[in-house]
Design a binder for this molecule. Structure first.
Ligand SMILES: Nc1ncnc2c1ncn2[C@@H]1O[C@H](COP(=O)(O)OP(=O)(O)OP(=O)(O)O)[C@@H](O)[C@H]1O
Length: 369
C-alpha cells in the first residue's frame, strides 16, 4: 500500500495531502491545473522534499520528516513517466530501454526486456532513434524505460497530455495492459475525465493543495458533492459491472452490478468480464411507479438519498440502488410535482443509448480505501 501524508510549502502554495492507495491498480490524482498533483508525485519520486510528514510504500519508509529519513530519488525505485517522454536523443530505443535496468543489480531484476517490448508493442522500434518516433511511440518507449528500471511503483504525470486524440487512443490500451498484467501500483496524474473513468481503480481528487475526496471511481462519481467535478458539466455516475450473459435472440447483453442488472445492446465480451459503464444524470428519468408499456429496457429500483442544490431549472438527485449509486437530473418542477425528497422510493429509467462509454474496468476495480 502507498501511504502519503505530506506538507510542503512552495512559494505561496501550501500542499497538505493525505491519501492511501492499494498496492494494485491505478490511483488517479485528478484536479485542476495548479492544484498540486505534480508536486505530490515529485514528492513520492524524491524530486521534491516535503517539509513534514511521511511517505511509505508497502511498509518501506521513503520519507519520514520526524525520523529525518529521506531516501534519495535514485534509491527509491520509482519509475517516472513525464508528459514529454524525455528519451535520450543520442541513444537507440533499445539503449534507452536498457539504461535504467543496467543500474539495477542482476539478482534484483524481475522485469525483463522481452516481455516489456511485447507488452508495449515496440519490438519494431528497437534500432531507431527517438527523433524518428511518433509521440505515441515515444511515450510507449518512455513507459518501457521506466518499467525496466525495476520500479516498485510507476508514477505517470499526464503521460497522454501531449498527444492528440488518435495517439491517446493508441496508447491507452497499453496502459490498461500494464494495470491488468503487471503487479506494480501506478499513480497517474490526469485532468481528463475519460482517462480517469477508463483507467483508475482509486481516485484522489486534489483541489488547492488538499485532498477533496478519495475512494473508488464508482463511489466518487455517484456523489453529488464531487460527481460534478469529475464529470465537468456532465454529471454522471460510474457503475462497475460484470458481463452476466448475452441473448442473441433479442440482441442484448446483461450487465450485473451491486444493486441491479442493466441490459445493453449486444457486446462482444465474455461472461464474467468486468465492464465499467458511465451513466449521465441527464439520461436518467425518475418515476414513482413502474411504468408499463414503455420502450426503455432499464428500470432500476432505488431510494433517493440526496438532492443537490437547484442549478437553474434542474436539480441533481442521488439514488441508492442498494449497493451502487446513480445520479439523475430532473427539473425543479418535477421535484415539487412528484414530491421527491430524501427517502422517496423511485424507479430510475435509463435509456440504453445512454451507455456511451463502455470499457473493460480495472482488474481490482472495487478496491476501496
Ligand atoms: N518549486 C516551486 N516553487 C514555488 N511554487 C511552486 C513550485 N513548484 C510548484 N509550485 C506551485 O505549486 C502549485 C502546484 O503545482 P503543481 O505543478 O503541483 O500543480 P499541478 O496540479 O500538477 O498542475 P498542472 O496540472 O498544471 O501540471 C502551483 O501553484 C505552482 O505554481
Amino acid at each position: 500500500m502507498l501511504d502519503v501524508a505530506i506538507r510542503r510549502r512552495q512559494g505561496t502554495f501550501d500542499l497538505d495531502i493525505r491519501f492511501q492507495a492499494p498496492s494494485r491498480g491505478v490511483t488517479a490524482l485528478f484536479g485542476r491545473s495548479g492544484s498540486g498533483k505534480s508536486s505530490v508525485i515529485n514528492a513520492i519520486a524524491g524530486l521534491a522534499k516535503p517539509d513534514a510528514g511521511h511517505i511509505l510504500l508497502d511498509g518501506t519508509v521513503l520519507f519520514d520528516g520526524a525520523r529525518r529519513i529521506d531516501v534519495p530519488a535514485e534509491r527509491r525505485r520509482t519509475g517516472y513517466v513525464f508528459q514529454d517522454s524525455r528519451l535520450f536523443p543520442h541513444m537507440s530505443v533499445q539503449d534507452n530501454l536498457l539504461y535504467g535496468m543496467r543500474r539495477v543489480p542482476r539478482e534484483e531484476r524481475r522485469i525483463a526486456l522481452e516481455p516489456v517490448v511485447d507488452l508495449l508493442g515496440i519490438g519494431g522500434l528497437l534500432k531507431r532513434r527517438p527523433y524518428s518516433l511518433s509521440g505515441g511511440e515515444k511515450q510507449r518507449v518512455a513507459v518501457g524505460r521506466a518499467l525496466l528500471a525495476q520500479p516498485r511503483i510507476l508514477l505517470m504525470d499526464e503521460p497522454l497530455a501531449s498527444l492528440d486524440a488518435e495517439r491517446k487512443a493508441e496508447i491507452l490500451p497499453y496502459i490498461e495492459r500494464l494495470r491488468d498484467e503487471l503487479n506494480i501500483p501506478i499513480v497517474f496524474v490526469s485532468h481528463s475525465v475519460d482517462e480517469v473513468v477508463r483507467l483508475a481503480t482509486t481516485l484522489v481528487l486534489v483541489a488547492d493543495g488538499r485532498v477533496r475526496a478519495a475512494g473508488t471511481v464508482a463511489e466518487l462519481s455517484g456523489r453529488l458533492d464531487v460527481g460534478g467535478t469529475i464529470g465537468g458539466l456532465e454529471a454522471g455516475a460510474v457503475l462497475d459491472t460484470t458481463v452476466a450473459g448475452h441473448d442473441a435472440a433479442t440482441g442484448l447483453t446483461e450487465l450485473r452490478f451491486p444493486g441491479g442488472i442493466l441490459t445493453v445492446p449486444l457486446l462482444d465480451l465474455r461472461a464474467g468480464q468486468p465492464l465499467r459503464v458511465r451513466i449521465q444524470a441527464r439520461d436518467v428519468i425518475l418515476a414513482l411507479e413502474p411504468p408499463s408499456r414503455i420502450s426503455v429496457h432499464n428500470m432500476l429500483e432505488g431510494r433517493i438519498v440526496e438532492l443537490g442544490e437547484a442549478a437553474g431549472p434542474s436539480r441533481d438527485v442521488r439514488i441508492d440502488l442498494g449497493g451502487s449509486f446513480l445520479l439523475a437530473r430532473v427539473t425543479r418542477h418535477s421535484v415539487e410535482r412528484l414530491g421527491l425528497g430524501v427517502g422517496t422510493p423511485v424507479f430510475a429509467l435509463v435509456k440504453s443509448v445512454a451507455f456511451d462509454r463502455v470499457f473493460p474496468g480495472p482488474a481490482g476495480r472495487n478496491v476501496a480505501l
